[in-house]
Write a protein that binds this ligand. Structure first.
Ligand code: GDP
Length: 468
């Protein structure tokens, strides 16, 4: 199918009954097709209606205008001033499953074809309305489940990443043209000292590395951070998980070894998804099942971002606590020390700080989570986790890449830059250097979707929903 010549239509809103639904039509004949099933209240033909003007009309059957299907509002955006860059009509109809389907059927009868997933955005990309990073951010916005990820994706849609990439691309183009000019016009332009380019190129390499490194945190914005609750049995790990997420997710008893499988729950703290894991209490156990649970607890430490190491104010700093700390310490994770059950006994913060040689009191939170009574310290704990992750890792003013394709493209560019830097150190010829630098500008451009293979584009847009 020639995607440029066909006129596509799709229901853009979710299936099901709702107040309204949106049907979109895009392509050369969008207006003509819509005109064959829309009758305006004013009697105007669609071609008489100006761009973006919301207009009242009714949908009638194709070639049988006596049968009215729905009363709708619609607007037209003519090429190139539309989302797709093509002629575009959007119909706001009533949001029943049946009525929307019927309208779509009439559009198909009138000559539209059903849009593939992501085809509207794909056409926007093909017509230069969006580059690929912006198109990718559209799906990120739709899929986002946390404020920070959403904000980051909107920055990409607004072109912040494209701007950075274009700036880097232009840098390499300008270097290549400087070299080529000095080659082509040796009498007029002073010969470039190739070695003097090294620091400039190296600096740009570091900028690209910074973008690539941002991926790790970008994934945290998207998928959230993992917080593991670790401690000996009965210190209150399950109670803390429940208090943290605000409902009875984990079983709380005074029987040691109640939690065996890792219990996971998710909550959203100030725009960040936090996945909390309640684990089996770590101690010497002869019980076969409990032993497996303890193994899972230790594995959970390995895969988490922050460990909440829970101590009991009432049985404070036993040998078991020290042994657990040593295990946690092996994995070099962020640790927040929790002294729980402070309703039962005065917490000995100074001893804790001294024993574990902590440099800051900041990492200690005093908590109380007795059953059926008010919790203390949980809000502070949330703030501390947030601060630890955000301050240590994520700067909300920065832009993060969250897309593996973009990261892979930039990594390839870094490999090529590495080769060039090596060449510069080893007196590479001007011609070869010029060629390699031009190649780099092309490879950076791949991030924006220029010159990339059709199959890659196909697979990116196949992840979109129909109607977007
Ligand atoms: P876990 O084995 O570490 O998960 O501990 P649980 O959350 O199951 O709690 C063990 C026992 O301690 C239960 O009887 C809880 O009600 C009790 N408990 C938990 N937190 C507190 C607390 O802050 N104060 C008091 N007094 N009891 C608590």
């Amino acid at each position: 199918m020639n995607i440029v010549n066909s006129t596509i239509a799709a229901i853009s809103t979710a299936k099901g009954n709702a107040a309204i639904a949106i049907i979109r039509i895009s392509g050369r004949y969008a207006e003509k097709i819509a005109d064959s099933i829309i009758k305006t209240k004013s009697g105007k033909k669609l071609q008489e209606i100006e761009n973006y003007k919301i207009t009242l009309g009714k949908i009638v059957k194709y070639k049988n205008s006596q049968v009215c299907i729905d009363e709708v509002l619609f607007w037209i955006a003519r090429s190139p001033n539309s989302y797709t860059g093509e002629n575009f009509v959007e119909i706001n109809c009533h949001g029943g499953f049946f009525v929307t389907q019927l309208i779509l059927d009439e559009l198909i009868k009138a000559g539209a074809v059903l849009a593939n997933p992501g085809e509207f955005t794909r056409r926007a990309f093909m017509n230069g309305k969006l580059d690929l990073t912006q198109a990718e951010s559209v799906i990120q916005i739709i899929n986002s489940e946390s404020r920070l990820y959403l904000e980051n994706s909107v920055k990409c849609l607004n072109g912040e990443l494209s701007e950075k990439i274009n700036y880097l691309k232009n840098f390499f183009i300008s270097i290549a043209s400087r070299i080529s000019a000095s080659n082509d016009f040796p009498d007029e332009i002073e010969e470039i000292d190739i070695k003097s380019l090294y620091p400039e190129i190296d600096e740009k390499k570091k900028e690209i590395e910074k973008i690539v490194d941002s991926y790790e945190n970008g994934v945290k914005l998207e998928k959230g951070i993992k917080v593991s609750i670790i401690g000996k049995p009965n210190v209150g790990k399950s109670s803390i998980l429940n208090a943290f997420v605000g409902f009875e997710r984990s079983i709380v008893t005074d029987v040691e070894g109640t939690t065996r499988d890792v219990v996971e729950e998710e909550t959203n703290v100030d725009g960040l998804i936090i996945k909390v894991y309640d684990t089996a209490g770590i101690h010497e156990s002869l019980n076969k099942i409990e032993k497996i649970g303890i193994k899972y607890s230790i594995e959970n430490i390995k895969s988490c971002d922050v460990v909440l190491f829970v101590l009991n104010a009432n049985s404070f700093l036993t040998k078991e606590d020290i042994a657990i700390f040593e295990i946690i310490n092996l994995y070099k994770k962020h640790i927040i020390f929790i002294i729980n059950k402070i309703d039962l006994r005065e917490p000995k913060v100074d001893i804790l700080i001294k024993t574990f040689n902590l440099s800051i009191k900041e990492d200690v939170v005093l908590v109380s989570t007795p059953q059926n009574e008010k919790n203390i310290g949980i809000d502070e704990l949330k703030k501390k986790i947030y601060k630890k992750v955000i301050n240590d890792n994520i700067n909300t003013n920065e832009l993060y890449i969250t897309n593996a394709r973009q990261k892979e493209c930039l990594n390839k560019t870094l490999d090529s830059i590495e080769k060039i830097l090596f060449g510069i150190q080893n007196n590479i010829s001007h011609d070869i250097l010029c060629f390699e630098i031009e190649e780099i500008s092309k490879s950076i451009e791949n991030v924006l979707g220029t010159n990339i293979q059709e199959e890659i584009i196909e697979s990116i847009f196949s992840n979109f929903c129909v109607g977007k």
